[in-house]
Design a protein around this ligand. Structure first.
Ligand SMILES: [Zn+2]
Length: 420
């Protein structure tokens, strides 16, 4: 006889005539009640709606005012109890009612977990097996710590690159990129770098042997042919051999020409990217590093605009106290040309090991774009003027984070990278 059947009978009908019998009967009721509650808790529910419904059902089954099992026990067992057993029934009933408080919906809901939702297309068998799995695992303990996957962090070079980009984007510059395998024309000729310039030497520039390898650069080649200087180009003075017309770009300046040809004037761009040099790696040299090139072309812009912009940039990047200083220099693609130095951020201009006791650190090259370069970009230098600058990103990262060896950036050593 189930509990549901038993509560429909009186104690006399059930043959319970003494305190011991009462105790045993109520123990059975409580065991049933606890079993049903634990069943619900361990089974869980697929979603909130199902859980709320299941909790309410269980509550109503036991605690509903009229048809609930507790009410029926009150009616059939307690009220109809014989005088001899009444005190025992009353005591057991009160205890049962107290324990039945656990069936209140609010309390239940907090204990019944929600199982992972099954997809609507899952088969019935799958649902069954999953629910069996959930049952056998008792229930999902959401408070247990999971398997943590370590989060990576942004590489310091990328971090600094983005920071510099942000400053110039806020000034109205846009980001422009160009190919890392560049033509000799864009890397040297168009930038007014003379035929005899030492940077063209094999020892400084990494050339790509496209003549033999047939690297798929047909498009590049036809583009190059259309440039007038290509015909005069690639004879090395010493060997007389035809030099390859492709190289790994040695600076980001070729993007200046490409952007001028593409967009014309006015133009405000920065060109971040990788550049390659035939250098021996040491604490301040690498065969690959990052540059950011800046170019502004417009009517009536002067060196004062360049100074103002770079001073603003230096203060944004290194801090408001930093002072800038411009010194004459020479680059083939700018005239006049300058080097920008900032007051040493380590010693505040007092002189230290980092600034070699000078109080100043050189941070970039700059200048007014050479009229020949503007012409090569298809822009009339009698109508437009331009200024440009170039900086090494690794150097900025080294200054910002106090790193003394450029090689650390490329060694993929987690002990180093995890610090950023
Ligand atoms: Zn210093």
């Amino acid at each position: 006889m189930t509990i549901d059947e038993k509560v429909r009978k009186t104690l006399a009908e059930l043959g319970v005539t003494d305190a011991r019998g009462v105790e045993a009967l109520f123990a059975e009721v409580r065991a049933t009640m606890e079993h049903e509650r634990e069943e619900l808790v361990s089974h869980g529910a697929a979603n909130e709606a199902e859980r709320n419904l299941a909790c309410k059902r269980l509550r109503d089954r036991w605690l509903a005012r009229k048809s609930g099992l507790i009410s029926m026990i009150d009616e059939r067992w307690l009220k109809c109890a014989a005088k001899e057993v009444k005190p025992a029934v009353g005591k057991a009933f009160n205890e049962l009612r107290r324990v039945a408080g656990d069936m209140e919906v609010e309390g239940l809901i907090s204990r019944v977990p929600i199982r992972l939702e099954l997809h609507a297309t899952d088969t019935f068998e799958m649902k069954e097996s999953v629910s069996a799995l959930v049952k056998s695992a008792a229930w999902l303990d959401l408070t247990l710590p999971g398997n943590r996957r370590p989060l990576g962090s942004i590489h310091p070079v990328t971090r600094v690159l983005r920071e510099i980009e942000d400053i110039f984007i806020n000034l109205g510059f846009r980001i422009e990129t160009g190919p890392e395998i560049e033509t000799v024309y864009y890397n040297f000729d168009a930038l007014n770098i003379p035929e005899t310039h030492p940077s063209r030497d094999d020892w400084d520039t990494i050339y790509v042997d496209n003549a033999n390898q047939g690297l798929g650069v047909a498009g590049e080649k036809s583009e190059v042919r259309s440039q007038k200087s290509e015909e005069e180009r690639p004879l090395t003075p010493d060997t007389g051999n035809l030099k390859p017309s492709l190289l790994l770009r040695t600076h980001t300046s070729p993007v200046q020409i490409r952007a001028m040809q593409k967009y014309g004037a006015p133009l405000y761009i920065i060109a971040p990217g990788k550049v390659y040099r035939h250098d021996n790696p040491d604490s301040s040299h690498a065969t690959m590093f990052h540059q950011i090139e800046g170019l502004a072309v417009d009517r009536d812009i002067t060196f004062a605009d360049l100074k103002g912009t770079l001073d603003f940039f230096a203060k944004r990047f290194f801090g408001g106290k930093v002072r800038t200083s411009f010194h004459p220099s020479f680059f083939p693609f700018t005239e006049p040309s300058g080097e920008v130095a900032i007051s040493c951020v380590i010693c505040d201009g007092q002189g230290c090991r980092v600034c070699k006791e000078s109080g100043w650190v050189e941070v970039m090259g700059c200048g007014m774009v050479h009229p020949e370069v503007l012409r090569n970009g298809g822009i009339d230098p009698s109508k437009f003027a331009g200024w440009a600058f170039g900086l090494g990103v690794e150097r900025y990262a080294m200054m910002k984070y106090g790193i003394n060896d450029i090689q650390l950036f490329y060694q993929s050593d987690l002990r180093f990278l995890e610090q950023f």
